[in-house]
Design a protein around this ligand. Structure first.
Ligand code: GLN
Length: 493
């Protein structure tokens, strides 16, 4: 069996037709992980025992013909900043090395209700800060298409697992592109939903006003299935939107064919790697050939999104990471692991210095320092206040472009996902600004809260060793059905 080609859809059909059992498939995935993950490093920890218990239960449901969900028995990978009760959850940080989650994230609860099978927790940049998964405190993850290159980040483990056939689907988190960018670099599909449509209860917060949970899958159809399962109002997340406002993910093809696609001209003013530019042009040509109307539009402020992001986010990060002191969220016996060896801690300040000094990696520290600085008295208006105004301008750019009452209003937008294909391991680690610029096309949607889907220009065969190129479809708030429907249309043609 080739696990690369398995989708939620095909696997579920196989279960139903009793071609194989969930237990057989689960064991097979663990064998594949055993064989291949030493080269890739997608997983931080595996859930062999729990997965086999769930698989057996799912087999029982199939046996009794009681299955109503496409996700029953499907092997999934979960980014290690999403809590699963009783399972170690580290956010790829040393400060959480000994933390076991005491409850399920809402998205996990929802997937458990469907009897999906969790294979394990995937690698990420520490606390989801980064674009290459090189900021993990534990190990780096390699791009399955080329082991000398990064899988992107911060959900690099989830994207690599799906791309390498080590999970059928995965969950990631996206604060500025962390679902879409690794999906693009690994040749798979990633969806950042509308802000508030998927609960973040049980997601370890990075920058709460931009954090989203989203699916990473092989096909757009699978992304729609996962999105359908995890979306919904949650009283535990204060930003969660009401059930009535949530869109359906089942669009009708006649409706899809009438969607007008906007192409923001600013995206082509940035320097794109030659192969990315060519890939993006091929995708645009395909939409034209399929009969879609493509219109040039303008998002004049998106060029300020990265600088503004790197002011607002550190401010939120510095507040969210303040709770980690090496005492809570860890096992007290293991405090030694973050304290300096053999050193007698004398007072609280010293304990904080030791624990936070050794528990956080350099990117986390950089953001805590930056965030504390931009929020400090006398600087707030100059930095944070200004950056929030830029965020408003960018959100207005999207509102205007999507305003169908005006002559130039469009229904969806088409954009590149990243300026380059997967870059070499180590290439950007010494220069944080060049790393930050990988987010140029993904940050604006987190500012505006609109949904965005990244999908590969072509199907990329791992054996051919080509580096994938991805593009994004961006929708109006709560119009996931538009971008998923259009994405499926592209994928099927
Ligand atoms: N590259 C972004 C950052 O480092 C990605 C964050 C994210 O989406 N989690 O902040």
């Amino acid at each position: 069996m080739d696990t690369h080609t398995l989708t939620i859809h095909s696997l579920s059909q196989g279960f139903r037709e009793k071609k194989f059992s969930v237990t057989e498939i689960t064991k097979y995935f663990f064998e594949e992980i055993q064989k291949k993950d030493k080269d890739i490093g997608a997983y931080l920890s595996l859930m062999n025992e729990e997965a086999l218990v769930e698989a057996k239960y799912a087999d029982g449901l199939f046996h009794e013909n009681k299955v109503t969900s496409l996700l029953t028995g499907i092997p999934l990978a979960i980014k290690d900043n999403i809590l699963i009760e009783g399972i170690k959850t580290t956010a790829a940080s040393k400060i959480l090395e000994q933390y076991t989650a005491s409850y399920d994230a809402t998205v996990i609860k929802k997937l458990k209700d469907e009897h999906a099978v969790f294979l394990g927790k995937t690698n990420l940049d520490e606390f989801a800060m980064g674009s290459s998964t090189e900021n993990s405190a534990f190990h780096i993850t390699k791009n399955p298409h080329d082991f000398t290159r990064v899988p992107g980040g911060s959900s690099g483990g989830s994207a690599a697992a799906v791309s390498a056939g080590l999970a059928v689907g995965a969950l990631g988190s996206d604060t500025a592109g962390s679902v879409r960018q690794p999906a693009a670099l690994c040749g798979v599909v990633g969806l950042k939903p509308t802000y508030g449509s998927v609960s973040r209860f049980g997601l370890i917060a990075m920058a709460s006003s931009f954090d989203h949970v989203g699916p990473i899958t092989k096909t757009v159809e699978d992304a729609a299935i996962l999105y359908d399962a995890i979306k919904g109002h949650d009283p535990f997340d204060a930003t969660s939107i009401s059930e009535e406002q949530l869109s359906t993910t089942h669009p009708d093809p006649h409706y899809i064919k009438k969607l007008v696609i906007g192409i923001p001209k600013e995206c082509f003013e940035f320097e794109l790697e030659k192969e990315v530019k060519e890939g993006i042009e091929r995708a645009m040509e395909k939409f034209k050939r399929l009969g879609f109307v493509l219109k040039e539009i303008s998002l004049p402020h998106i060029k300020y999104s990265v600088p503004a992001y790197y002011i607002i986010t550190p401010a939120e990060v510095s507040a969210n990471l303040a709770r980690f002191d090496g005492i809570r969220y860890g096992n007290i016996q293991n405090l030694k692991s973050v304290r300096a060896d053999g050193h007698q801690i004398l007072n609280l300040k010293e304990l904080y210095e030791k624990n936070r000094g050794t528990g956080f990696g350099s990117e986390a520290k950089r953001r805590i320092l930056l965030g504390t600085f931009v929020l400090s008295a006398g600087y707030y208006d100059a930095y944070y206040g200004k950056a929030k105004k830029i965020q408003e301008c960018i959100a207005e750019d999207f509102d205007k472009a999507f305003d169908n009452k005006t002559e130039n209003g469009v229904d969806v937008m088409f954009m590149p996902t990243t300026p380059t294909r997967a870059f070499k391991i180590g290439e950007k680690t010494e220069n944080p600004v060049s790393m930050y610029l990988s987010d140029i096309f993904t940050v604006p949607m987190n500012f505006a809260g609109v949904p965005a889907l990244s999908l590969p220009v072509e199907r990329y065969d791992l054996k051919k060793k080509e580096l994938p190129v991805g593009f994004q479809l961006v929708g109006k708030k709560m119009h996931e059905r538009d971008i998923l429907g259009l994405g499926m249309y592209y994928e099927r043609n």
